[in-house]
Write a protein that binds this ligand. Structure first.
Ligand SMILES: Cc1ncc(COP(=O)(O)O)c(C=O)c1O
Length: 384
């Protein structure tokens, strides 16, 4: 059996190996508190689950669902973009439902990267941007997100010979892992840069509804003319606590959406209809519950911000997303620190290097754990 180089050259997906480490520790009887993965621990409200139940009980919802999503879901996505961002998109050509946004991110790389092409990926950043480029046979160039630049890319620092080979720029705000937001002026700069260099701008926006302290996150499509170069990826995972359901969307440039759909039609066969119907209800329904849900995350964030100094860490309070990006004192190795805390306190925090070299010296703390457990994690870490 010869396994393809594509697989053997790829590092294992960071959270897949973590799952095994956590299970081994739990098997030893340790009451592990994992502040690792950003999987919402709260459920969607009953009105969404009811639609799923009812649709799954019908006889006509169990076949292949079609490749492009139901017309009702595409319309609900277009209506959401209109209502929330003032952005008009054509439901038939500028909207494509996805089996979770991660699927779309990976397939986007297959649609836009040939061997020799480069994807410009933020560092630190969500690993799929880089892995997608490698799986497509291309390269990824890590563009630093530095704290002194408010975790935004400095476009002037990208070397000319790199951008000459690039086909894709990835951006993500509210940002995983740093929690930073980005103003529209920066998104305008990104659109201008992609236009000048003939890149497709892939804007990953799954945390646009998970924000704190009144912050309202924009869509890149609010930038005038953005649709000429941009596709925005979005997701119901974090917005509606539906991470396990696997449903998301790509919205924006029609040519890019079509290219992505050509890959997808050859890889998957659509999204289970009851999930599409529930997603449609989620998007069309009352959105007020999101503010209360965000207050829960915000209280959790404040608990973490309170105990960080006790263990020698510092952080900017995140504007959005589900994480606190905490800095270790200089010279302390984040991987060794995380391993030591895991072994001595049974608390897992993800070392920043899981998101790229620029994550060195940081830890990512997920807020998907109830307040009492977060407080207990702080206690245990302070007592090490
Ligand atoms: C930045 C970012 N993009 C995409 C995803 C994938 O989300 P989905 O559940 O829609 O695949 C995640 C999940 O954590 C994420 O953090």
């Amino acid at each position: 059996m010869k396994i393809a180089d594509r697989v053997t050259n790829l590092p294992p997906y960071v959270f897949a190996s973590l799952e095994k480490r956590l299970a081994a520790m739990r098997a030893k009887g340790v009451d592990v508190i994992s502040l690792g993965i950003g999987s919402p621990d709260l459920a969607p409200p009953p009105f969404i689950i009811d639609v799923l139940h009812r649709a799954a009980s019908r006889q006509d919802t169990h076949g292949y669902a079609g490749y492009f999503g139901t017309p009702a879901l595409r319309q609900a996505i277009a209506d959401y973009y209109q209502r929330r961002f003032g952005v008009t998109v054509a439901p038939d050509t500028e909207v494509l439902p996805l089996l979770g946004s991660k699927e779309g991110l990976a397939n986007m790389s297959l649609a836009f990267i040939d061997p020799g092409d480069v994807a410009l990926v933020p560092d630190p950043g969500y690993p799929t941007y880089r892995m997608g480029a490698l799986m497509a046979g291309g390269d990824a160039y890590a563009v630093p997100l530095l704290e002194e630049n408010d975790f935004r890319i400095d476009f002037s620092a990208i070397p000319a010979d790199v951008v000459a080979r690039a086909t894709v720029l990835w951006l993500n705000y509210p940002n995983n892992p740093t929690g930073a937001g980005a103003p529209l002026a920066f998104l305008q700069e990104a659109v201008d840069y992609c236009r000048e260099h003939d890149l497709v701008l892939c804007y990953d926006n799954p945390y646009c509804e998970v924000t704190f302290d009144g912050y309202v996150a924009p869509s890149v499509l609010e930038v005038p003319g953005a649709k000429d170069v941009a596709v925005e990826f979005n997701s119901l995972s974090k917005t509606y606590n539906m991470a396990g359901w696997r449903i998301g969307m790509a919205v924006g440039n029609a040519r890019a959406i079509q290219a992505l759909s050509i890959i997808k039609t050859n890889v998957d066969s659509g999204i289970f209809v009851p999930i599409q119907e529930a997603a449609t209800a989620a998007l069309n329904g009352d959105q007020r519950w999101l503010s209360e849900r965000n207050l829960i995350y915000q209280r959790r964030r404040d608990i973490v911000m309170e105990w960080l100094p006790r263990i020698g860490l510092t952080a900017r309070p995140p504007k959005g997303a589900l994480y606190v990006w905490a800095k270790l004192p200089s010279g302390v190795d984040c991987e060794a620190w995380a391993t030591e805390m895991f072994e001595k306190a049974g608390v897992w925090l993800t070392p920043g290097t899981a998101y790229g070299e620029c994550g060195r010296g940081y830890l990512r703390i997920s807020l998907c754990t109830p307040e009492e457990r977060l407080a207990e994690a702080g206690e245990r870490l302070s007592n090490v």
